[in-house]
Write a protein that binds this ligand. Structure first.
Ligand code: F6R
Length: 334
C-alpha cells in the first residue's frame, strides 16, 4: 500500500495514541497561542476551535516572532513542528523565550526538542518517520491533550476515541468502507479539475483548510478553500464572468455539519443553486459523529483519501513535496 494511504488510514490509530498520552503537569495560561506551520500548524486551528467551544481562547500563529498582544496577554505558547526545525516556529519560540512566556513543545525531535530541554519546558515526543501532514492525528491529538493537562480544555479522551471509532466505521480496517467509496466518487468528480472547498463556521471550516492543503501537497494541485457565510458576500459573484472556463475546471466540495446554523444551511443550498450553474461539479460531504473531534476527523479522513485518489488518477506520487524542500534549502543558503 502507498505509504501516504497507509498513514491516512492510520488517522484513527494516531488519535487513539494521543488519547492514551500520560502527560506531566503542564504550565497553564489564561490564553493560548499555538505556533506552527503547514501540516503542523493546522493543529493550532483545531485547538482554536476546541478552545472556543469550551469558552476559552486559543489562537494559531503561522509566522515569525509573536503577535504584538503576546507581551501583554502572556499566553501559554504551544510550539508544534513535526521536524522540530521549521524556522518560523523556532523564531516564535525564541520570541516567547525572550518574553519568558510559559511554553510547551511538540515535535519528533529537532532543534525544538533541544530548546525545550535546555529551557526545562515540557516536550511531547511524536512518533517519527512520517510526512508532517500525515501525522495530523498525533500532532493535533497531542495539542489537545496538552491543553487538557494545562486546564484549558475539558476531557479530550472521549472525543478522540469517538473520532477513532467513526473513522473505523468509515474506512474499515483495509480502507474499503463507505467513506472510501464516497472519496472515490468525489475524486472522480475532481478529475482534471481545481478543487474549491466550501466549509462553514466551526469544524467544517477547519476541515476545508485541511482539504485544500492536502490537495496542494498530496495531489500537487492548485486548490482553494472558502467559508460560508463570508463567501456569499464576495466569492459568489466571482463565478459568473468566465463560465466557459469555470464550467470546465472548477469542482466545488461542500463540507457540511447537520448542526450548522440554520441560516448557514440555507446559504449552502442557495449558494449551490447560484454558483453550481457555473462550475463543473459540486459534491457534498457530511460530518459524522457527535463530538467536535469525530466530526472533524470524519471530514478530514475523507478529504485525505480524496486527495490521494486524485493523485493516483493523475499518476502523481503523493509523498514528496519537492518545491517545499527546495524553498527551505534555498532559504537556508541565504
Ligand atoms: C509536509 C508538510 C509541511 C510541513 C511544514 C512545516 O508534509 O505538511 O506543510 O508541515 O513545512 O514543517 P514541520 O511540520 O516539520 O514544522
Amino acid at each position: 500500500m502507498n505509504p501516504m494511504l497507509e498513514a491516512a488510514l492510520g488517522l484513527a490509530d494516531q488519535l487513539r495514541w494521543a488519547s492514551r498520552l500520560h502527560l506531566p503537569e503542564m504550565p497553564s495560561g489564561e490564553r493560548v497561542l499555538v505556533t506552527g506551520m503547514g501540516g503542523s500548524g493546522i493543529s493550532g486551528d483545531i485547538a482554536g476551535l476546541l478552545a472556543g467551544e469550551a469558552g476559552r481562547l486559543a489562537l494559531v500563529h503561522k509566522s515569525y516572532g509573536l503577535p504584538g498582544w503576546a507581551a501583554r496577554e502572556r499566553p501559554l505558547v504551544v510550539a508544534v513542528s513535526y521536524s522540530g526545525n521549521t524556522e518560523e516556529t523556532l523564531s516564535a519560540v525564541a520570541a516567547a523565550q525572550e518574553l519568558q512566556l510559559p511554553m510547551v513543545a511538540i515535535s519528533t525531535g529537532g532543534k525544538l526538542a533541544e530548546i525545550a530541554r535546555t529551557a526545562g519546558a515540557p516536550h511531547v515526543e511524536i512518533p517519527s518517520g512520517l510526512q508532517p501532514r500525515a501525522a495530523l492525528g498525533y500532532l493535533a491529538g497531542a495539542v489537545s491533550m496538552v491543553l487538557e493537562a494545562a486546564g484549558v480544555l475539558p476531557d479530550q479522551v472521549g472525543g478522540l476515541q469517538e473520532a477513532a471509532s467513526v473513522l473505523d466505521s468509515l474506512f474499515g480496517k483495509d480502507g474499503q468502507g463507505p467513506g472510501a467509496e464516497l472519496a472515490e466518487d468525489l475524486a472522480e468528480g475532481l478529475v482534471g479539475r481545481v478543487p474549491v472547498i466550501y466549509g462553514g463556521p466551526g469544524g467544517s471550516g477547519v476541515a476545508a483548510l485541511r482539504w485544500k492543503t492536502q490537495f496542494n501537497e498530496n495531489s500537487k494541485r492548485a486548490a482553494y478553500a472558502s467559508w460560508l457565510p463570508e463567501l456569499d458576500h464576495n466569492e459568489l459573484v466571482g463565478w459568473a464572468s468566465i463560465p466557459e472556463l469555470t464550467r470546465r475546471v472548477i469542482g466545488i466540495v461542500e463540507l457540511r455539519d447537520s448542526a450548522e446554523h440554520p441560516r448557514v444551511a440555507k446559504r449552502f443550498e442557495l449558494t449551490r443553486q447560484i454558483a453550481g450553474a457555473d462550475v463543473a461539479f459540486v459534491g457534498t460531504v457530511w460530518a459524522q459523529g457527535e463530538t467536535t473531534w469525530a466530526k472533524l476527523a470524519s471530514l478530514i479522513g475523507i478529504g485525505d483519501l480524496v486527495s490521494l485518489f486524485v493523485a493516483a488518477q493523475a499518476g502523481v506520487d503523493p509523498l514528496p513535496v519537492a518545491p517545499i524542500e527546495m524553498l527551505k534549502q534555498r532559504l537556508a543558503e541565504e
